[in-house]
Design a protein around this ligand. Structure first.
Ligand SMILES: [Zn+2]
Length: 159
């Protein structure tokens, strides 16, 4: 199995949806609740995991945090911590995960995933990766599917 051909262009920022969207107050599946100096935080509207938030880097196109200079990285982490602390204050999770993936949308963003006392997979990541990539990922489109436990609302996110 190989990466979809479109991935290599997206990786370089060609056709990057996150670059093209600017800094909207809402996206197709999220509502912005924090507009930081270098990023925006969107609370997901889909019924996945309470408090699931996506923080999107709003500077020039980069796919990896290693592409940020020190000042940019400091600003991005500052925003992530502000958002993470806000979610902790409001939702009181047992644990919070910061997932930097970008496997189908290779523009720097972080999924902040609150984990609760009734978590479906304590001690394990959630979203939990499937053994086989979802079929849509092979075509280069972001896909979502239910976590294998089938007991909770976590979702495997291929972005
Ligand atoms: Zn981009």
């Amino acid at each position: 199995m190989e990466w979809p051909p479109s991935f290599y262009e997206l990786r370089r920022g060609i056709g990057c949806a996150m670059c093209q969207q600017g800094r909207p107050e809402a996206t197709d599946d999220g509502v912005r609740f924090y507009a930081g100096e270098v990023s925006d935080a969107y609370l997901r509207r889909t019924n996945i995991q309470r408090g699931l938030t996506v923080v999107i880097w709003r500077g020039r196109h980069v796919a990896e945090p290693t592409e940020l200079n020190d000042e940019e990285a400091h600003g991005y982490w500052r925003d992530l911590l502000i958002v993470g602390r806000t979610l902790e204050d409001v939702l009181r999770p047992v644990k919070t995960n910061y997932n930097v993936l970008g496997n189908s949308v290779p523009h720097l963003h972080t999924h902040i995933v609150p984990r609760y006392a009734d978590d479906p997979r304590p001690g394990w990541p959630c979203p939990f990766p499937e053994e086989e990539p979802p079929r849509d990922a092979r075509r280069g489109a972001p896909t979502r599917s239910r976590c294998p436990s089938n007991r909770h609302r976590c979702e495997v996110i291929a972005s």
